[in-house]
Structures are given as C-alpha cells and as structure tokens.
Design a protein around this ligand. Structure first.
Ligand code: AMP
Length: 370
C-alpha cells in the first residue's frame, strides 16, 4: 500500500515511521517548498504541477496538515480515497464552522460571537465581558492570529494587529487545565478512545502533555468520549481526530478546537500506549482492525522547541525516548520531543523536571495535579 500524505513535516515523518512495519510506503506532497519529513518519497509541488503524478503513485491519500484548499481535496477525492474526507477539512480549517458543528451536536464551548469590523469587535467585547480572546476564523494555529482583549477600548488595536476580515471572539475561560481527547474511527465505524491528556501551553504553544491524568474522573473521560464520538459519526470520519478542551473548576469540559489528524498532544502514545496514534491512524485508513489505546504507564511528552540541548544527556534519563525531527534550530520551531515513561506520576514528575533542566528553552513544568 502506497500512502499519499498531503504535507511533509514531522507528523508525516512519524506516520511513515509507524507505517514501515506494516509494509506501507509513503509519498508526500509538499506545497510549501520547505518539506522536513526527510523520509519516503517527497514531492515538492510549489507550482501545483505534480498532483497528477502524485496521485498516480498512491493508493489512498491522508494528510498531516489541514490548511489545504477544500477544492483541492475534493478534486483528489474524485481520483483516490481520501481519509479523513474533505468535509472534515472544510469544518476544521474554519473556527466558525467548527463552533457551529459543536453547537449543533450540543458540545459546550466558551460563549462566542463572530465579528467582521472593529466596531462589531468592540460591541462583542462589551457583550461578552472582559477578558476575551479574539481569533482569526481561518489560518490560525499555535496561538497565531489571536489577541487577548482586556478592555473594550483596546478592540480597535486588536482588530488592526490580527488584520483579518472575520474574527471569532470568545469569552476567556478561567480553566483549571487544558486537556485533549484523541479518538480513532475505522472504515467500519468502530471507534476507540485514548486516555485524555493534560496539556500545558505557553504563549499558545504546547510544551507538555501528560497521560493518563492521575486525577481524572471516569465520568469526565466518558463525557469527552461522547463529544468526540458525536463529531466522528457526524463527519463519517475515518482516522485520528483530536479535540482540545478546557476543563473548568466544576469538572465541566468546554470544546476549544479540533484537528482532523494526528496531534502533538498524542505523541505520548508512541512510547506510553499499546498502539500509537500514528499506527492507529494508518490502521484506520487502510480498513485494518484498530489497536488497543490503553496506556502502558504514566507518560509525559516534552516538546523540544527552538534549541535542542544535548541529546546524549536526555538519553541518560531512564525510560526516556527522544524523537528528533532532523530540523534546523530556530526560535519557536518544534525540533523534537521526548517521551518520558515512569511507574508512578511522582516518579514521572521528577523525570520531567530533569528533562526540562536539560532543554535550553523549556519553561518550568507545572501541572494542575501537582
Ligand atoms: P487555540 O489556537 O484556539 O488553541 O488557542 C491557543 C491557546 O490560547 C489555547 O491553548 C489556550 O491556552 C489559549 N486560549 C484560547 N482560547 C481561549 C479561551 N477562550 N479562554 C482561555 N484561553 C484560551
């Protein structure tokens, strides 16, 4: 089976690494001119001339990057199976569409308004009450295209700085923690769920994910399972889907956003779960039985961002697994991650602190359950 992947970054690289044991081959289509997968057959297609030869090579198509023109994905669907389908891409690349779907499926979200002028933004800030987070409806990721507004008088400046014709304005959630649920749906509609992860973001970028969470109520996991199952079934989805949520003081979950692909908050599954998110995505899209999503032991994923530190030192930590992306150092760039596995959460936290101390740009680790 030759799997075509739209996008050629580290997520594609890790898909390929999980697929070789299944005798999969990989062809990547990169439209940015900066592929970093460093594995498989990478086709650079900045002038959109190589789509036909890409499609001739592959048996089915998936993606590691959802900000693709929907028309392109629909055109590919005419030629080859695409999993997840174009409807998932259409919804997930647009925050307003995503929120409308959450509303339709009765999945709670922060209160929000859609605005298309500085004046409307100011009115929305007054209505929702400060603080709010304003986000461009498209093209935003890792906290880009966003502004926190603390005073209605700052709305005009925020409108200018985001510089986008349409924004979603959300009430700022006083969350206890950020969490994510990752689930996989097979071609036959079977769904499996990973244990939820607690995710620590700094400046909108994920730094740490811990799973399973030591203090997670079964009922909360079941609520999250129900939300993501509703999304998977509604979209007739095949593959891995990620839903990011805020957990509030009373235990309630509010949906933030979703990603129609393998996700950074699921990297812990490579060393901490029976079957990784990457392998399960490949199993799903090929119509193979899904693997167990059970956690083997408490695990923490530590993102390596900006500068790499000394890999040999990191590998001295017991049960530390370094996954490097073979990319050049640059401020803010995701270069690698370390999965730390330990028999108890207490032992895990010690390893996380030791690991963070070895990474030049890592923020101090801090979790809700400490
Ligand atoms: P996003 O790109 O929507 O995932 O936002 C990036 C980060 O900004 C999130 O991981 C949160 O840390 C923070 N954030 C986004 N929306 C809200 C909100 N409504 N309330 C509080 N924090 C938020």
């Amino acid at each position: 089976m030759n799997i075509g992947v739209l996008g050629a970054g580290q997520l594609g690289r890790m898909l390929a690494l999980a697929g070789y044991p299944l005798a999969n081959r990989f062809t990547f289509l990169d439209t940015t001119g900066n592929p970093s997968a460093g594995i498989g057959d990478v086709m650079v297609d900045t002038d959109q001339k190589h789509l036909e030869s890409f499609l001739d090579k592959v048996d089915l198509v998936t993606y590691e990057f959802e900000h693709l023109p929907v028309s392109l994905v629909r055109a590919i669907e005419e030629r080859k199976p695409v999993y997840p389908g174009s409807e998932a891409i259409r919804v997930c690349q647009h925050r307003a569409e995503e929120k409308a779907l959450f509303d339709r499926l009765a999945i709670p979200t922060p209160a929000y308004r859609l605005v298309d002028s500085a004046e409307a933004l100011e009115a929305a800030v007054r209505e929702l009450g400060t603080p709010v987070v304003a986000k461009s409806v498209t093209e935003g990721y890792d906290g880009k295209g966003q502004a926190v507004i603390k005073d209605p008088a700052d709305a005009a400046e925020a409108w200018r700085s985001i510089n986008h014709p349409r924004l979603i304005v959300e009430a700022f959630v006083d969350f206890v923690r950020e969490v994510s649920i990752i689930a996989v749906r097979g071609r036959d509609g079977e769904v499996v769920f990973y244990p939820m992860a607690e995710n620590v973001h700094v400046d909108g970028i994920l730094r740490y994910s811990v799973a399973p969470m030591p203090d997670l109520d079964d009922a909360v996991q079941q609520t999250a399972d129900g939300y993501i199952r509703a999304l998977l079934d509604e979209l007739d989805y095949v593959g891995v889907l990620t839903l990011e949520l805020f957990q509030t003081r009373d235990g309630a979950l509010l949906a933030n956003e979703m990603a129609p692909r393998v996700h950074n908050s699921g990297h812990w599954t490579q060393d901490g779960a029976v079957t990784s998110q990457f392998e399960n995505h490949l199993r799903a899209i090929q119509g193979l039985p899904l693997g167990s999503t059970a956690a083997r032991a408490p695990t923490c994923m530590v993102n390596v961002i900006g500068r790499e530190g000394d890999p040999a030192k990191l590998l001295e930590i017991d049960d530390a697994h370094l996954h490097r992306y073979d990319k050049g150092e640059r401020p803010g760039r995701k270069l690698a991650h370390v999965n730390l596995v330990a028999p108890t959460h207490e032992a895990l936290l010690e390893k996380v602190r030791a690991c963070a101390a070895l990474l030049p740009d890592a923020p101090a680790p801090s979790f809700s359950f400490e």
